[in-house]
Design a protein. Sequence first.
Length: 298
Amino acid sequence: MKPHEVRGLWLGLLGVAIFAMTLPMTRLAVGTPEAPQMSGLFIALGRAVVAAGLSAAFLLAARAPLPRPADWPALAVTSAGVVFGFPLLTSIAMREVQAVHASVIVGALPLATAVVGARLHRQRPGSGFWLCAALGSGLVMAFALHKGGGGGLSLHAADLLLLGAVACAAVGYAWGARLSQHMRADHVICWALLLSLPLSAPLAWAHLPQTPLPPSAWWAFGYLAVFSMWLGFFAWYRGLALGGTVRVSQVQLVQPFLSMVFAVPLLGEALDLSTLAFALGVVATVFVGRKMPVRVAA
């Protein structure tokens, strides 16, 4: 692997570590059916508004140029996927399922991102890469079946929302990575957030919480706004641009397990040795897969 590809993998891993806190923090902010906190709509849209404010200040300080006219459609697709689609669908779903369960479903994201990225960026991974990707995804699903007990994976209505969120994120990641080939990665997410502001701001205001909430819910919301919705993309899009969307997307295979680790102290959810064993297996597929060739189609 070339030095810039290795750097891309490390930046991608940093982004994944930041994103891994998203599901536990969302669960903390949205609450449970028995003890609801913020609405999923406010969490998704409100965090986009806060991040857009930070983006405006950042772009002004950096004297960032306006995107090219041809870039606005791609920014709109990116915004639809990662500013609206993924946050909105996961925020609504997280009141109904635990973070550990949701982390398993979102484990399909690396493969989805690789498929979209390969098509969009005209990359042609070899059979060895796809074998590693399929093996990693298979381990994630095997883990889901294992944790589901004798009856297998217990599906929730919210799982459909989570699968929709996976599709939205895969599209948003791939298009954002494409823009990051000629725009600064930190500028991509900033412009995507500002583009969403005319819609996100009034909707967030309409769903502003009307009752007092515990500080933990607001701290979780703050993390989602500053890190999940903003800073995490600085590292993630830069990593995708340097290392290639198809290859770096597989680093996301460790995200479900990191989310589970974070869910233990934050939410009191359980983590056992079998979870750690599956995590090591998934990490191994990432390690092997990163060495597999990925060609660019002519």
